[in-house]
Design a protein around this ligand. Structure first.
Ligand code: 7RM
Length: 629
């Protein structure tokens, strides 16, 4: 337990705890009015109804307060910080009380714009503890993206760091928040924690977070929540329009995250679980924070990158922290594979039992390398398919499976309670094996999203319209002759860059801001490391010698309106886009062009002018020749 007045390893000086660290799980909060913290009052609801933070913190604090909850592997190698369950509960309660002091109440929305750290986890859990809804925004998103999410969700406050640190570089988080909240009237307060020693500008609504936390009470009685109350929302991209705020609720989400964490990764008590995802994505929510903490695991928070300070970083961390389960993205594996085996073999990986892959299809080469080189052919490798909307893993092999049974690069089998079906073009269920179709799920499951914030109709339209009575995932899949599933990729205009999901329409909308570029169309193309990259076709208002300059401007616009990872790798100027007679852009044709399948263009009879196909193919050929020389 932390001592009063001592600087905790998480970088916070704590005030004297009240009432001798009395356990906060007992139901001693009178329903109305402020609880008198020293006395035991009525018992409004059993403790287990105070769903998320009690399950993630208090139940473990009671049994084993000194068990390590989080190991914060900071950007600077070898500077890991251990945080026990008791300490995390303390941080969470102080943060929760600070939020309360500044008027945040049950049902209010709070944006978290932070890099991965114990304080970020505490911020999520603090919201949960007081019944506020957190919406974590990946700290790589631009000010405009952050503002869009804050406005859509109507956040009252933002929690951020002065700066972030990643790959040896500092990231100006607070400055980005300042820029974002300029036009967000709903924001009353910005809580600023210190990740670095640098001072940043503090305005009227800015509150130094740690300073407040040291003054705050270390006990915060958890709010009683209904199982269907909202726990958090998280924005994700769709094929059209702005990112949507996917809503997850208290009990079902937590249950599903915890159960899948236990069974898919064969988690055993005492294991050190290493999911290297950022908390800004659903993978971080479910398998860095909620799943592992609910199960009382020790969860690793990885702040750095796979190649900092060198391409051995992951495996050096595995050795030093004795990680038992390692969960990461194929894009990182593909990147590391290029640096060679020495970087892996240098380190002792005997602690590893299970390896996991998530976020995008894993190609056979990456799967084999992950399995043979990293896992020494000894560890189970689970390719896990799921989505922001599903809350947790839906299709994955289970380690209990005969290892020989696991087929490389296959997500394999549905998790308990998941009923996958494949649909044909006519909306009929495809029976039998060795077939492909649109992947749907036939029955609800505890972790499924409940709605899109502020737009339930959009929720219905996006997921339940295409195949009435079924949840449509947006992905295509193949069912093998043995009945195993393999995900073949998105069937809509969503692309997946380095495991980050993005709507091509978002990139197009951003580029539409350029006055010289009246029309654009973006499609995904296969990229060796990133999985997919964005390829943009643009039409210029008039012929110009400055096309290269305009392309650079477009890249800047996309980075500032969305995020750096969204910037197209290729921008090709064409005279016009392929359109149907009703004026719809046929992105399908452009996809054929960039995947070099132009010999099989499919049906082009609905094109307004079929000669556009040759025009674009010629432009593409020229572009390729120019760029390969
Ligand atoms: C967890 C996550 C979801 C989309 C999904 C797929 C793709 C995810 C796999 C995968 C093939 C996998 N949530 N996807 N996992 N494709 N194999 N194992 O990534 O909401 O950000 O993205 O990602 O297209 O629909 S997400």
């Amino acid at each position: 337990m932390l001592e009063a007045g001592r600087k905790s390893e998480a970088g916070i000086t704590l005030a004297k705890p009240l009432a001798g660290g009395r356990p906060s799980t007992c139901g001693d909060r009178p329903r109305d009015g402020m609880p008198s913290l020293g006395s035991a009052g009525g018992c409004p609801a059993p403790w287990w109804l105070r769903i998320s933070t009690v399950n993630c913190l208090d139940q473990h604090v009671e049994k084993s307060p000194n068990r390590v909850a989080l190991i914060w592997e900071r950007d600077e190698p070898g500077t890991a910080v251990h945080v026990t369950y008791r300490e995390l509960q303390d941080l969470t309660c102080r943060l929760a009380n600070t939020l309360k002091k500044y008027g945040i109440q049950k049902g209010d929305r709070v944006a978290i714009y932070m890099s991965v750290s114990p304080l970020s986890v505490a911020a999520m859990l603090a919201c949960a503890r007081i019944g506020a809804v957190h919406t974590v925004v990946f700290a790589g998103f631009s000010a405009e993206s952050l503002a869009g999410r804050i406005m859509d969700s109507g956040c009252k406050a933002v929690i951020t760091y002065n700066q972030g640190v990643r790959g040896g570089r500092t990231i100006e988080l607070k400055a980005t928040v300042d820029e974002a909240v300029k036009n967000c009237p709903s924001i009353k307060h910005v809580f600023v924690a210190q990740r670095t020693d640098n001072k940043v500008h503090m305005g009227d609504r800015d509150i130094p977070l740690e300073e407040e936390m040291t003054k705050a009470d270390s006990i915060c009685i958890p709010e009683s929540m209904d199982s269907e109350d909202v726990l958090f929302m998280l924005y994700t991209s769709g094929s059209t329009g702005k990112p949507k705020g996917i809503v997850h609720t208290q009990a079902g989400y937590l249950l599903y995250a915890a159960l899948t964490h236990k069974y898919v990764f064969d988690y055993q008590q005492g294991d050190v679980f290493g999911c290297v995802a950022d908390i800004g994505w659903i993978t971080g929510h479910s398998y860095v924070v909620y799943g592992p903490l609910c199960n009382g695991a020790t969860s690793v928070l990885f702040e750095s990158t796979p190649v900092y300070p060198d391409p051995g970083r992951y495996w050096e961390v595995v050795q030093r922290l004795k990680i038992n389960q390692f969960y990461g993205a194929p894009t990182a594996i593909r990147l590391l594979l290029n640096y060679g085996e020495e970087w892996v073999k240098k380190y002792d990986r005997s602690s590893l039992k299970v390896l996991g892959s998530v976020g995008e299809p894993i190609n056979k080469e990456a799967w084999q390398w992950f399995y043979e080189v990293v896992g020494e052919g000894r560890c189970t490798l689970v390719d896990t398919w799921w989505q922001t909307e599903t809350g947790g893993i839906c299709i994955a092999p289970r380690p209990s499976e005969e290892k020989a049974e696991i087929v490389p690069a296959m997500a394999m089998r549905p998790f308990f309670g998941i009923v996958p079906v494949l649909m044909d073009e006519n909306g009929e269920v495809i029976e039998g094996n060795d077939v492909s179709g649109a992947l749907c799920i036939a029955q609800p499951w505890p972790g499924m999203a409940r709605t899109i914030h502020g737009d339930h109709q959009r929720f219905i339209d996006a997921y339940f319209k295409a195949y009435p009575g079924y949840y449509f995932t947006g992905d295509g899949a193949y069912r093998s002759h043995k009945g195993y599933y393999q995900i073949t990729g998105r069937m809509d205009d969503v692309i997946n860059i380095s495991g980050h999901r993005l709507g091509t329409a978002e990139i197009e909308d951003a580029m539409a801001d350029h006055p010289e570029v009246p029309e654009t169309a973006v499609v995904g193309y296969p990229h060796k490391i990133k999985g997919e990259g964005a390829f943009a076709f643009i039409v210029l208002r008039e012929e110009t010698a400055h096309a290269d300059h305009i392309k650079e401007e477009l890249k800047t616009i996309v980075a500032s309106k969305i995020a750096k990872y969204a910037v197209p790798d290729h921008i090709l100027v064409v005279k016009r886009l392929p359109k149907t007679r009703s004026g719809k852009i046929m992105r399908r044709l452009l996809r054929k062009v960039v995947t070099e399948q132009s010999s099989n263009m499919g049906d082009v009879t609905t094109l307004d002018d079929p000669s556009v196909v040759k025009e674009i193919l010629d432009a593409y050929q020229k572009y390729k020749e120019k760029n390969s020389s």
